[in-house]
Design a protein around this ligand. Structure first.
Ligand SMILES: [Zn+2]
Length: 364
């Protein structure tokens, strides 16, 4: 594990969006290589799945595309662990609202601590180091459940970047208009942080404000949101419509979506000023063909594979998701950030998932 720890600390010390492709590979591959060996040694499932690939055992892959990957849905079916039960610090469950079977992610203290450190680094690059007054687009009851849902974990994770958090919604998910007016009166003229899950921000906040004929003025606000576009695409709301709605109802023009998953908390892919999702130095993204899983070149749509430098307690550092997307470029986004940038284009239709997974259970 010292190999891993040294390589990870070196990577963590870099600016999150400063390394070009060659430098990033140099800093990231030793981390992935160490993670591969760690999980091979400590997770039976990972060893069983990857040991059939003898090429991999013989040669050190020179880039992320040569590393093995697990289907993300394995975490919905099994509790995969690479640590003894006595070291399990907590179990994270993905929310049941978007998936019938929640994923179970085994966390030890070290992995959990790295998740926080990395999230702080990535978010501070957008929000700044100062803790801003925070408006959470959710109801306070979300944190009252005993099992830590991904929704609650997401809010807890983000609450670190704000101070004096205020909840925009009542327990029945209606707008708490008094609270919103108080928040605006106290902080309306200064930078504030607004956080919520994409669909809730749209349906329970932006649309609800409109329906109630309430307009807020938070011109220096920064809205960070995440959680998938599926429900919004169903309602034909794209990113431009979303941003225009936010601007109209509360005057916020700095809006950043991020892409991330409960199986890889910490390494989030955040949207820049040009609407592109960026891979930080601590993570990588690959797009694979839906027919033969080969690596696709830029601008070709396929399945998103995500790689994270963080997890040692469960074998989820390299995961094939069921999301479709395409890489738009590398090292040359007009925002100035280095690394790959991409867009997410929805989920793989259910029938196709069956074709490329031998462990599916009839759910998309
Ligand atoms: Zn950019």
């Amino acid at each position: 594990m010292t190999d891993y720890t040294d390589a990870f600390e070196h990577l963590l010390a870099q600016d999150v969006f400063s390394l070009n492709a060659a430098k990033k590979r140099e800093a990231l591959m030793p981390v992935f290589d160490a993670l591969h060996h760690h999980h091979f040694q400590h997770s039976d499932a990972y060893r069983n799945i990857t040991s059939s690939n003898t090429d991999l055992m013989l040669a050190k892959p020179s880039d992320s595309a040569g590393l093995p990957y697990l289907a993300v849905r394995l975490f919905k079916q099994f509790s995969l662990s690479s640590v003894p039960q006595s070291e399990v610090f907590r179990m994270l469950q993905s929310s049941g609202t978007t998936s019938q079977t929640p994923a179970k992610v085994v966390l030890d203290k070290a992995t959990s601590a790295r998740q926080s450190k990395v999230l702080v680094k990535i978010m501070q690059s957008i929000i700044g180091k100062q803790r801003l007054p925070m408006l959470i687009i959710d109801s306070p009851s979300v944190l009252k459940n005993k099992a830590l849902s991904a929704r609650a974990a997401g809010i807890q994770g983000m609450a670190f970047f704000g101070r004096k958090p205020v909840y925009a919604l009542n327990d029945d998910m209606s707008l708490n208009i008094n609270t919103l007016h108080e928040f605006q009166a106290e902080y309306g003229e200064q930078p504030v942080l607004v956080f919520g899950f994409t669909f809730m921000v749209w349906a329970s906040f932006v649309q609800a404000l409109k329906k109630n004929k309430v307009t807020l003025s938070l011109p220096k606000g920064i809205l960070i949101h995440s959680g998938g576009w599926k429900k919004l695409i169903d309602q034909q709301v794209d990113n431009a419509t979303f941003k225009a709605g936010v601007k109209n109802q509360c005057g916020i023009s700095r809006v950043h979506n991020f892409y991330g998953m409960a199986e890889q908390v910490g390494t989030v892919f955040i949207e820049c000023e040009h609407g592109h999702l960026h891979a930080p130095t601590l993570a990588d993204i690959i797009v694979r063909s839906t027919t033969d899983l080969s690596v696709l070149p830029q601008n070709h749509t396929g399945l998103i594979q995500v790689l994270s430098s963080i997890p040692t307690s469960y074998p989820g550092y390299s995961l094939l998701t069921e999301d479709l997307g395409r890489i738009l470029g590398e090292d040359d986004c007009p925002c100035g950030r280095k690394g790959k940038y991409f867009e997410v284009l929805g989920r793989l239709p259910k029938t196709e998932v069956r074709g490329c997974s031998d462990t599916q259970e009839g759910k998309a």
